[in-house]
Design a protein around this ligand. Structure first.
Ligand SMILES: Cc1cc2nc3c(=O)[nH]c(=O)nc-3n(C[C@H](O)[C@H](O)[C@H](O)COP(=O)(O)O)c2cc1C
Length: 169
């Protein structure tokens, strides 16, 4: 199974979750782990996993990335585009076998639960574009805004990825 894990991250926590997911899927086949930009390149991926931080109960925007920078995030991360722009430019896609790829979404957030979780909106958008969405969107949690992730969240991310693999086999 060829996988694309695409993400954005202001403080590095979504990057860490994305890396854990990529590592968990690597035994199943090649994994591309990429920062999102406004030029989606799904290529021959059979599974696309999309991850973002939660900003204001939504996907990060140019404004919220600047707010993150004001709270200590890296300036280069604030200057980049992210999943919002990646999704806006994403088009219906087929894999090498002529079928739309499987797709799943996760987010990283501070608040408990998943109210306003952007992964749900990302999932809907992927569904509308014809991707074969699998599994439930997942939210992984940081303590403070800048992290670190709460204990056990990287293990939970690995388990979520393994469950995804089970669903698309
Ligand atoms: C501008 C801004 C708005 C945020 N809004 C929310 C929010 O609405 N709900 C929430 O749970 N966390 C919120 N957070 C916390 C982020 O979810 C947290 O910083 C992020 O997930 C960390 O991931 P990253 O290290 O990949 O950037 C916000 C953070 C920032 C900087």
């Amino acid at each position: 199974m060829r996988t694309l894990v695409v993400y954005e991250s202001m403080f590095g926590n979504t990057a860490a979750v994305a890396a854990a997911i990529a590592a968990a899927l690597e035994p199943a086949g090649p994994v591309r782990l990429e920062l999102a930009d406004a030029r989606p390149a799904v290529g021959d991926a059979e599974l696309v996993v999309v991850g973002s931080p939660t900003h204001g109960f939504a996907l990060p925007s140019r404004l919220s990335r600047r707010a993150a920078q004001a709270q200590g995030a890296d300036a280069s991360a604030a200057a980049r585009s992210g999943i919002r722009e990646w999704l806006a430019a994403l088009e219906p896609t087929d894999d090498a076998a002529g079928r739309p790829p499987f797709a799943a979404a996760f987010d990283v957030r501070q608040a408990p639960g998943s109210a306003g979780a952007p992964s749900h909106r990302v999932r809907r958008r992927l569904d509308r574009l014809g991707f074969r969405v699998v599994g439930e969107p997942a939210s992984f949690h940081v303590g403070p805004t800048a992290g670190p992730l709460r204990d056990g969240e990287l293990d939970r991310a690995s388990a979520w990825a393994e469950a995804l693999h089970g669903l698309v086999r």
